[in-house]
Ligand binder design. Sequence first.
Ligand SMILES: [Zn+2]
Length: 143
Amino acid sequence: MKNEIRLLNPFTQEFKIVTIDEVKAFVGVGWSSIIDSLIKDLFTLGWNGELHQVKEKFGGLRFYIGPGSHDIFERIDVAETYSYITCEVCGNLGVPRDSGWIKTLCDEHAIKYKPYELTLFITKTSELNIGPKKEITNFYIRK
Ligand SMILES: [Zn+2]
């Protein structure tokens, strides 16, 4: 099988072949290299190219695929986790900022955000204990 990315249309249930650039356009350019290396590694791990959705949610990358091995889903977890420390605008080191909606941004791109809101975010995600955010919370507590 060629390394084709086939994106699912949820309404028609049909697949359309898309380029990596089209996949990257679903999120900010700061996450470009995260998606580049993710897709490369997924094909190496035997991914069949079936992609369901790529988006940003609560400051993190979401990358939903069809079937895949444990290693494949673990690699996706790594990419999603990494997005929480990567500014979605420029790719520099960032942190999730809550300003009504949560975006992961570096200091420069978050000038309008208030620092205390980061604490609020950590409290919230610790309570929720959802997915990779837990690891990121720990990452920042260690700092
Ligand atoms: Zn930035």
